[in-house]
Write a protein that binds this ligand. Structure first.
Ligand code: ATP
Length: 228
């Protein structure tokens, strides 16, 4: 059984339909990249999985239907989201931000500091004074503090310098190897994603149009649906 099962998912913003049939499965321990051009439905898919927007179709985590659940219950079931745009408490310290997100489980602010040494160095600094990359690391740390079965990173490296992007990808690779956490990545760089993700799922106009291993993605597919 897959950890996450998404089949024929549809969702709308008021009268404007945004998802027309998204299909996306993630097995335990798998890292999957969700790709596609701007406005094709990636963030809306994430919002539906996290129960932040109404949707229909199949949506299950560990066999449990997510549809009846409000977002805090979906989170409690094991979905940890580092949202697009980071969103930490700017007036709390790094440590306080991590503790505020904590749920019972293995992750502690010390183990997050081990994964992201920059956060350990800055644990008493206000989150609002961190660089963009450090805030992103903190957003990932906050999501991990909920001890998720599925971690979702929405545009975790957007606007960041290449060296910081590499630090984030290295942390994702470590998470995969050492913890076996299933991870859904949304990002733009096929090259960088292919280094850390096992598979890609591509959306166009709110639908899954392709899925497979990066090695199977033809130049035609990536040009047509991703724009590279
Ligand atoms: P990006 O890479 O730009 O974040 P995306 O693939 O994540 O793009 P979505 O943000 O999911 O795309 O958008 C899918 C569609 O839903 C787009 O047509 C978008 O304009 C629309 N949409 C997104 N958010 C809203 C909203 N709050 N209200 C109305 N329409 C929205």
């Amino acid at each position: 059984m897959n950890l996450l099962e998404v089949r024929d998912l549809t969702a709308s913003y008021g009268v404007a339909q945004a998802l027309f049939g998204v299909t996306l499965d993630i097995a335990e321990g798998e890292v999957v990249a969700l790709m596609g051009r701007n406005g094709m439905g990636k963030t809306t898919t994430v919002k539906a999985i996290c129960r932040m927007i109404a949707s229909s179709g199949t949506l299950r985590l560990g066999g449990v239907d997510l549809h009846p659940l409000p977002s805090h219950k979906a989170a409690r079931l094991g979905i940890g989201l580092a949202p697009e745009g980071r969103r930490c408490f700017r007036d709390l310290t790094v440590e306080e931000n991590l503790i505020a997100a904590a749920r019972t489980g293995d992750w502690t602010s010390t183990s997050i500091g081990d994964l992201f040494p920059r956060l350990a160095e800055r644990k008493n600094q206000l989150a609002g004074s961190l660089s963009g990359g450090e805030q992103q690391m903190l957003a990932i740390g906050r999501a991990l503090m909920t001890n998720p079965r599925l971690l979702i990173l929405d545009e975790a490296t957007e606007g960041l310098a290449p060296i910081i992007r590499q630090e984030i990808w290295a942390a994702v690779a470590r998470l995969k190897q050492e913890t076996g956490t299933a991870i859904l990545l949304i990002d733009k760089s096929v090259r960088e994603l292919s280094q850390v993700a096992d598979r890609a799922v591509i959306l166009a106009r709110g639908q899954t149009v392709w899925s497979g291993a990066f090695g199977e993605m033809s130049a035609d597919i990536s040009e047509r649906y991703i724009g590279v």
